[in-house]
Design a protein around this ligand. Structure first.
Ligand SMILES: Nc1ncnc2c1ncn2[C@@H]1O[C@H](COP(=O)(O)OP(=O)(O)OP(=O)(O)O)[C@@H](O)[C@H]1O
Ligand SMILES: [Mg+2]
Length: 250
């Protein structure tokens, strides 16, 4: 199991990569993310669980610097999370958008935007496609690929950026079991290479399979943060217990 794996982080064992401190995000006067504190460390994945509308996607966007908190701060390695530091990060959205180009051109384009040299773009793209098991579809129009293939392409595009941390927003929703397995094995390979995984999932089975640290979010607040094994044995918060029992979370 993951908890037993000796993962070698690229930085000091306990150095915080990303620190969320007292972050609140509001819309129409309502706190959608409410006073959140969360420290992301290298090593085991951080899995964000919670019901629909809990604020999981908002929290990922805030952490990746795509939204600005109304109060609190988000630090990357102790400094501001700027446009520059965001180059160390990658994100796969809940509904990834592909350009009307080939699978390969989609990745090449993302690398070009990051200022990667032409020679390196080609090499990294082919490597990422191969890792995602998509080398044979390199020339296929991305938007005509199946849902599972497009999700894998989105992962490949994010991995080609060689991030230190990758934010994944429900990358396996509505995929068949074989595609879920393919994406989970890609996530595990990525984790084993020392990339910090931050994954939002509804899939309790997936959270059990991937292990790591569980962050349970409900109504914009974290109700508990615990190792997966302890969380699944005995969740502490009422909201998490209701969620795991398949009931309606109040
Ligand atoms: N820009 C916005 N303006 C107003 N409300 C918003 C905005 N973005 C999100 N919300 C609301 O904030 C809440 C949290 O949204 P979010 O997308 O983060 O939920 P989620 O936990 O990712 O849910 P799901 O599991 O359905 O993806 C929802 O009630 C949503 O309607
Ligand atoms: Mg969401």
């Amino acid at each position: 199991m993951l908890d037993a794996l000796k993962i070698q982080p690229r930085t000091g064992a306990n150095a915080v990569l990303l620190d969320v401190r007292g972050v609140t995000y509001k819309a129409a006067g309502r706190a959608l993310i409410d006073q959140i504190d969360l420290s992301l460390r290298p090593g085991a994945p951080t899995l964000i669980l919670g019901p629909n509308g809990a604020g999981k996607s908002l929290l990922l966007r805030l952490m990746h610097g795509l939204l600005t908190p109304h109060s609190g701060e988000i630090l990357w390695r102790g400094g501001a999370n700027s446009l520059e530091t965001r180059r160390c990060q990658a994100m796969v959205f809940q509904d990834p958008v592909m350009l009307r180009r080939s699978a390969k051109a989609n990745i090449v384009h993302a690398l070009k935007l990051r200022g990667v040299s032409r020679a390196e773009r080609e090499e990294r793209t082919m490597k990422a496609l191969a890792t995602a098991g998509l080398a044979h579809l390199a020339g296929s129009p991305a938007r005509r690929m199946s849902g599972g293939e497009q999700q894998r392409l989105a992962m490949a595009r994010a991995l080609a950026l060689e991030p230190e941390i990758i934010f994944l927003d429900e990358p396996t929703t509505s995929l068949d079991p074989a595609s879920v397995k393919a994406i989970e094995s890609l996530i595990k390979d990525t984790r084993d290479r020392g990339v910090k995984i931050v994954l939002v999932t509804h899939d309790v089975g997936q959270a059990r399979r991937l292990g790591g640290e569980i962050v349970f979010l409900n109504k914009g607040r974290i109700t508990e943060t615990r190792p997966a094994s302890a969380f699944f044995r005995k969740p502490e918060s009422r909201a998490a217990r209701q969620f795991l029992a398949g009931g309606i979370v109040e």
